[in-house]
Design a protein around this ligand. Structure first.
Ligand code: HEC
Length: 111
């Protein structure tokens, strides 16, 4: 899995690692897990969202009118750069989201 985005299927990475919290629909669970669908952080510039997925996130955030104070696990140790690129490309283009793809090189360059 070391190189080549083609080796990673973003939908599969999402189902395996993310959907238990953010749900297959990307809608999350109100008050517990924030939605990724229609979320401007997800569809904004790539670096912040890469950083969140690599390093996790804690503290209060506000998404689509809801408040979340949960803990997002860090994935940088468990998923390859290609897997993170694939899953981010997926969440940025699924459920009506329409943002640019993310490459493994972008993931590698973002801390
Ligand atoms: C164990 C539950 C859980 C899993 C699994 C999980 N997340 Fe999260 N995620 C959260 C929580 C909780 C937050 C909000 C953290 C906070 O309140 O600070 C979050 C936040 C996020 C955010 C930031 C949203 C924003 O508006 O700032 C993104 C992007 C994200 N997750 C993507 C993913 C991706 C991609 C995966 C799979 C690789 C994933 N998450 C797996 C629980 C999870």
């Amino acid at each position: 899995m070391a190189n080549g985005a083609a080796a990673s299927d973003g939908a599969t990475v999402y189902q395996t690692n993310c959907s238990s919290c953010h749900q297959a629909s990307g809608q999350g669970l109100a008050g517990t897990f924030p939605p990724l669908a229609g979320n401007p952080v997800v569809t904004g510039s790539a670096a912040p969202v890469i950083h969140i997925v690599k390093d996790g996130l804690t503290g209060q955030i506000s998404v689509k009118g809801g408040t979340y104070t949960g803990q997002m696990p860090a994935w940088g140790q468990t998923l390859s750069n290609a897997d993170i690129a694939a899953v981010l490309t997926y969440v940025r283009s699924a459920w009506g989201n329409a943002a640019s793809a993310v490459t493994p090189a972008q993931v590698a360059a973002t801390h």
